[in-house]
Design a protein around this ligand. Structure first.
Ligand SMILES: [Fe+2]
Length: 203
């Protein structure tokens, strides 16, 4: 059986109570330690099943396992980005090249924000700001679960988790209040780093 590099849960890049009052210590603890850990475990387990099936020459459960890789893998990757694109000293608006690109592709920061909030309000999973390397532009993408409605080839540079586990304990059904709170902690420096990395690759 080939060696598999085990998926691992990355530590939160700040303390569990660091994003209060916008996101509570309780929610971050559950969200990171239970939900994100669950996707890491699900990814590892599905990869193990695929490897065992290849070894046994029995592929009867492989398609289901492949689906589990996609679901849990996207869950793992998007949560990792989500933690990184928040910071206790976050908030405000982007500047530099990223701000220029948002203005170019969406008309203004307000135009982008309204567009992103629409995705966040409607999505059954995530709102993503992505760089589309085919059209060479930024787009907002609403995603159901972790992978349904994804744009092929696009690279997420900002992720907002709007699963109920992300906000219900703090905000109940008032998802809009949670979206407002998210903007108080967005780590624009990190988003700008992601933007610089991906545009260097594709432009
Ligand atoms: Fe989540």
């Amino acid at each position: 059986m080939p060696e598999l590099s085990e998926p691992e849960l990355p530590p939160l890049p700040y303390d569990y109570d660091a994003l209060e009052p916008h996101i509570s210590e309780q929610v971050l603890t559950w969200h990171h330690d239970t939900h994100h850990q669950g996707y890491v475990n699900g990814l590892a387990s599905a990869e193990e099943t695929l490897a065992e099936n290849r070894e046994a020459g029995d592929f009867s459960s492989s398609a289901a396992a492949q689906g589990n890789v996609t679901h849990n893998g996207c869950g793992h990757y998007l949560h990792t980005l989500f933690w990184e694109n928040m910071h206790p000293d976050g908030g405000g608006e982007p500047d530099g090249d990223l701000a220029d690109r948002i203005e170019e592709d969406f008309g203004s920061y307000e135009g982008w924000k309204g567009d992103f909030e629409a995705a966040a309000s409607a999505a059954g999973g995530w709102a993503l700001l992505v760089y589309d390397p085919v059209a060479k532009q930024l787009r907002n993408v609403p995603v159901d679960k972790h992978d349904q409605g994804a744009l092929w080839g696009a690279h997420p540079i900002l992720a907002l988790d709007v699963w109920e586990h992300s906000y219900y304990y703090d905000y109940g059904p008032a998802r809009g209040d949670f979206i407002d709170a998210f903007f108080e902690v967005v780590n624009w420096d990190k988003v700008a780093d992601e933007y610089a990395t991906v545009t260097e690759l594709f432009e």
